[in-house]
Design a protein around this ligand. Structure first.
Ligand code: UDP
Ligand code: MG
Length: 309
């Protein structure tokens, strides 16, 4: 099938990779019967990346977006998604760890009727300290969100542009796009395919172990959004109920305490938890108000209609 492909490439300190990557992308796309554009997003690079990118500017297919400062990979991807004119969006890392040659077979799979074709770096060439936490993270994300993929972190994926443009990315949520797409995007038909992964030759990885911690926090947000985005009170109310039970339990057993100190400790704990329960309920109310503001101000719907017959 003929498409218009938008390749989006976030760049942060990749001066030695850009030209070589650009050639590889052009070669790979030259063998595909679709028109394309390549959008580079310079995410506040501090090395010579911008100068190298300027050598490409004005060339056919190429668009360069230059950020005022470093906003992070997710923001760079979002800028690329916003600027993309194609019906298919394909993000790619600038460090040549992803292989543009894989796009062809991914596209063939996409044409069988998928909205997302996810790359799976089965044979991954990264430091073991990165690979193991990533494997655990993928396992946990897969089981908690119910999205059956092996490699959420692989940037190389093929997306239906309409679907991808219907969701917004915040923080470092780009690795959760399939989850967000399947929930906020109104369901997504996705599959995965093994892709090549190369060792990084030039430049350095921008992430370290602290990312694992941030992924856990993001996962918490995603799970919350997936289940309670349009009914936050059920989450906060549930927590408040548990806190209330702890409060009640402490207060009741405080009256059976043998010593005055145990009585006081339990009595105070009881009232403390009672306070926590009320605060949690109030947080729930605030979340309900925020949720309504969100849906109404952005004209978002809590449902997505596929078609009206
Ligand atoms: N990147 C970016 N902004 C950042 C960090 C990274 O645009 O703040 C880009 C980076 O240039 C690369 C991609 O995101 O194209 C993935 O980064 P990296 O290779 O460091 O991640 P890893 O492969 O180690 O997970
Ligand atoms: Mg990399």
């Amino acid at each position: 099938m003929k498409h218009f492909l938008s390749i989006i490439i976030p760049v942060y300190n990749e001066e030695d990779n850009i030209l070589c990557l650009n050639e590889k992308v052009a070669d790979a796309l030259g063998s595909i019967d679709s028109d394309y554009e390549v959008i580079y997003i310079n995410d506040g690079s501090k090395d010579g990346s911008l100068n190298v990118l300027k050598q490409l500017s004005g060339k056919e297919h190429i668009t360069i977006i230059n950020f005022t400062r470093n906003y992070g990979q997710t923001a760079a991807l979002q800028a690329g998604i916003d600027a993309a004119k194609g019906d298919v969006i394909i993000p790619l890392d600038a460090d040549m760890q992803n292989d543009p040659d894989d796009i062809k077979k991914m596209l063939e799979l996409y044409d069988r009727g998928y909205d997302i074709v996810s790359g799976w770096r089965k044979d991954r060439h990264d430091n073991i300290i990165r690979v193991i936490p990533s494997k655990i993270a993928n396992f946990v994300i897969c089981n908690l969100t119910g999205i059956k993929l092996h490699d959420f972190g692989c940037t190389l994926k093929i997306y239906n542009a309409e679907l991808l443009k219907s969701i917004r990315l915040y923080g470092e949520l780009h690795r959760f796009i399939p989850v967000l797409a399947s929930f906020f995007g109104g369901g997504a038909n996705f599959t995965e395919i093994e892709v090549k992964h190369h060792k990084r030759i030039h430049g350095y990885s921008k992430y370290n172990l602290s990312r694992t911690f941030r992924v856990v926090l993001d996962l918490f947000t995603i799970c919350f959004l997936q289940r309670f985005a349009d009914r936050p009170m059920y989450f906060f109310g549930g927590c408040a109920f548990i806190l209330f039970l702890i409060a009640l339990f402490s207060l009741i057993i405080s009256f059976f305490a043998e010593f005055i100190y145990s009585f006081l400790a339990l009595f105070i704990t009881g009232w403390l938890f009672f306070g926590f329960a009320i605060i949690t309920m109030l947080l729930g109310l605030i979340a309900e108000v925020l949720m309504r503001t969100y849906y109404e101000s952005t004209d978002k719907r809590v449902y997505n209609i596929k078609e009206i017959l």
